[in-house]
Write a protein that binds this ligand. Structure first.
Ligand code: XMP
Length: 531
């Protein structure tokens, strides 16, 4: 079993049976300052026992316990003496495996409900007699396993919460992890603090200290390179490594000519001047632009940019070695390690989509493509963290807000926001328009409230009028979306006055643009980027 759990901490493992809320459960537990990790539903009980979690949570899931091929846990997990909380399908599994009965139902109970607490249960400590809850289940438990008792009911279910406190086994038919169960957090707190006896030892301060120790142990006195993009993940990774190993880290920042305006300046200022990180700046803009000449197909653009990035990065590491030699550095074993800002959701995704043919909608080119080709050993110090935890770590490490709360920016940069051919002229039009969008979003306080806000340049010209002159110029589209994780998104209902201000400024100030449109498509069916 692959685990990234810190050994000395309290921890809860969440067995993932495919619920859309599994990650939310993990987040909620971490909000209790207790480390949580999502593991495969079929992790053997012997492996779980070895890792000594304080408690287990069985997530919900779309299956029915009687379905052929339904995911089942190793039944021995119920006899380890480790507290278990089954949520929804997780509770049905618990009842089913311990001798109770689950009734198959075609009708789902979905939406808000009222929970009546009928028995004093440690899980509901301090919650009174009834609470609002959120249901999303089809099947329900009709006969309890021996030793269990009902602890709460709803209008439709006698057994909305069940427990066998002697064996520390608990089940909830509703979802305590979602916001629609307003006091769900207290239920989870009761479970982790009072039933599992977890300590509140998962804090950013403790994470940073441990991560530094782990990095030092992994790399020893060897050298590490990191492809710094200026995004949150690679920036926090850089700051963390710098704290851990100082000058053994060199960051490579590649200017591919497709960056937003002042991007390279910000990164050089923050890392080179404030942090004194060893930073190698590579200006490869001309190479990239020459390569993109005449190219209009979106996938071809992405592939060309991704492959070129690898070549430029490889060349830069060779140059670094050369520079080290010239500077008379003692012989060292080269740059053996590559640091990457892989986050926890990437790690989980790769577990839960196993066996599912993942559909490639757009090929994403990040530094992620580097290691296979370059035989680096990976250092991934933030692979335990969710995005908001990475941000907290960044702030604690002293990174400025402009980096920590920066909106995502795609690896292929402005090339996927210029439809059609990427030329220096079109890049300059888009940069100017984008700068106006960002500055208006910032000054109206909207920038940090949305997921992304940017301009797109279309290969479409239209007729306009300016003064007494007829114009025939370019079209800029505003793409401003809200999203939790980029997987789905909706366009933001910005105040008309703000939209009007952006539109007026873009058409008045950016030479070559006479029309501004607002993209009102959600994802799906559209994507966030236009290519
Ligand atoms: P789409 O356009 O697929 O984008 O809806 C979802 C999110 O991913 C970002 N994105 C990328 N990020 N490399 C990246 O690092 C890429 O190639 C890439 N393409 C899209 C996009 O900005 C949005 O946040």
């Amino acid at each position: 079993m692959k685990t990234v759990a810190p050994l000395t901490h309290s921890k809860i493992f969440i067995l993932d049976f495919g619920s859309q809320y599994t990650q939310v459960i993990a987040r909620r537990i971490r909000e209790c300052q207790v480390y949580s990790e999502i593991v495969r539903f079929d992790t053997p009980a012997t492996e779980i026992a070895k890792l000594k979690p304080n408690g287990l949570i069985l997530s919900g899931g779309p299956a029915s316990v009687y379905d052929k091929g339904a995911p089942h846990p190793d039944p021995e997990i119920f006899s380890l003496g480790i507290p278990v909380l089954g949520i929804c399908y997780g509770m049905q599994l618990m009842a089913h495996h311990l001798g109770g009965e689950v009734e198959f139902s075609q009708r789902r109970e979905y939406g808000p409900g009222m929970l009546h607490i009928t028995d004093s249960s440690q899980l509901f400590n301090g919650l009174g007699e009834q609470i609002d809850i959120w249901n999303s289940h089809g099947d329900k438990v009709t006969t309890l396993p021996a030793g269990f008792r009902g602890a709460a009911r709803t209008e439709n279910s006698k057994f909305a919460a069940i427990e066998d406190p002697g064996r520390k086994l608990y089940g909830l038919q509703f979802h305590p992890e979602v916001a629609h169960t307003p006091r769900g957090k207290e239920i989870l707190q009761n479970f982790v603090y009072h039933i599992c006896h977890c300590a509140m030892d998962w804090t950013m301060g403790s994470f940073i200290e441990e991560a530094c120790a782990r990095i030092r142990k992994q790399v020893g006195d060897q050298k590490v390179v990191l492809g710094l993009s200026g995004g949150v993940d690679s920036s926090v990774t850089a700051a963390l490594l710098h704290k851990a190993i100082g000058d053994q880290l060199t960051c490579i920042f590649v200017n591919n000519g497709l960056l937003r305006s002042r991007e390279e300046e910000i990164v050089q200022r923050v890392f080179g001047e404030n942090f004194h990180v060893r930073l190698k700046y590579v200006d490869a803009s001309e190479r990239f632009l020459a390569l993109l000449k005449g190219v209009t197909d979106p996938e071809t653009k992405r592939k060309l940019i991704g492959n070129e990035f690898i070549k430029v990065f490889q060349h830069a590491t060779e140059e670094l070695l050369e520079e080290d030699r010239r500077n008379g550095a003692r012989k060292h074993g080269g740059y053996r390690f590559l640091a990457q800002g892989t986050l926890y959701p990437d790690v989980i995704e790769s577990v839960s989509i196993e066996g599912n043919p993942a559909q490639v909608i757009k090929s994403h080119h990040n530094v992620g493509g580097l290691p296979e080709k370059m035989h680096f050993e990976l250092v991934e110090p933030v692979r335990q963290l969710f995005k908001d935890e990475v941000r907290q770590a960044g702030l604690q490490l002293g990174l400025p807000k402009e980096i920590v709360y920066r909106q995502p920016f795609p690896g292929p940069g402005l090339a996927v926001r210029i439809l059609g051919e990427v030329t220096p002229e079109r890049l300059s039009i888009l940069r100017e328009a984008d700068t106006i969008v960002v500055s208006e979003m910032e000054s109206s306080d909207w920038y940090y409230r949305v997921w992304q806000s940017f301009a797109v340049l279309l290969p479409v010209r239209s007729v306009g009028v300016m003064g007494d002159q007829r114009t025939y110029e370019n079209t800029v589209v505003l793409r401003i979306v809200e999203s939790q994780d980029g997987m789905t998104a909706d366009w933001v209902r910005l105040p008309y006055e703000l939209l009007a201000r952006i539109s007026t400024r873009v058409s008045n100030e950016v030479k070559g643009v006479n029309r501004v449109c607002y993209d009102i498509s959600s994802k799906p069916p559209s994507t966030i980027e236009w290519e």
